[in-house]
Design a protein. Sequence first.
Length: 103
Amino acid sequence: MRQYYTESLIEASATSSKHLIRIENVQKALQKFMPYKVNLFEDVTFFPNSENSKTTIESYDLDASIDTGFHWNILDYSLNDLKNKSIKNIDPNAPELLAEGIA
């Protein structure tokens, strides 16, 4: 999980041509690493185009995972792994999307 989010941060940094990692960059990076679609009820289907790997998690299960706060620990681990790497500054809303991507 830590490696996944470290790579997501690097990908978001690489896809941004500006000096700031914006939320759009994070959305593109997350979609590239783990494709997903969200329905009207906010249920999330991961790998929606795959017949074998398609998985849907209902919104209340996602909310329960988010309520633990564990996703912020994973983001912290990822950022600590990047201490010696040069990454761009990040938009204040982008880390929340990264953290929610864990849930």
